[in-house]
Design a protein. Structure first.
Length: 135
């Protein structure tokens, strides 16, 4: 938010707007140069898929692709899933962490331990367990 245009033209004071920040963005922007700032603007307006289509149709598309690849906000971290598995006949409980999705993990457990019960658990619960497993 800005409060003035240059030093000679200021906006009238509004008491209810004083809390708005004017020294930094109100949300983080993944832009350390003007090109990434423009790309961030376009992505916020049109979404990443449409911007990729736009870039593919401009002469400087390959240069802009390089900037997009550097933007951390477009690269999602791999999801981690945490599970409590109660083994079929023995009722033994195991805790697992996996980057595989629920469907693939359930199929893995079903093939390894038929009749097992699987429920998702919170990350904090998982980290309190002494010897969890990974898949």
């Amino acid at each position: 938010m800005i409060r003035a245009l240059g030093s000679s033209i200021s906006f009238p004071a509004n008491e209810h707007l004083k809390w708005l920040p004017d020294a930094e963005p109100t949300f983080p922007i993944d832009a350390d140069n003007p090109v990434k700032l423009l790309l961030s603007l376009l992505i916020s307006l049109y979404g990443p898929d449409e911007v990729a289509v736009l870039i593919a149709h401009v002469a400087a598309g390959t240069e802009l692709q390089a900037y997009l690849q550097e933007m951390k906000s477009l690269h999602e971290d791999e999801l981690e899933w945490y599970w409590k598995v109660t083994i079929g006949k023995t009722s033994k409980v195991e805790y697992w962490k996996t980057s595989k999705g629920p469907t693939e993990f359930r199929a893995h457990i079903a093939s390894k331990y038929a009749g097992s019960a699987i429920i998702g658990v919170a990350k904090g619960t998982f980290h309190r367990i002494p010897k969890p497993k990974s898949y």
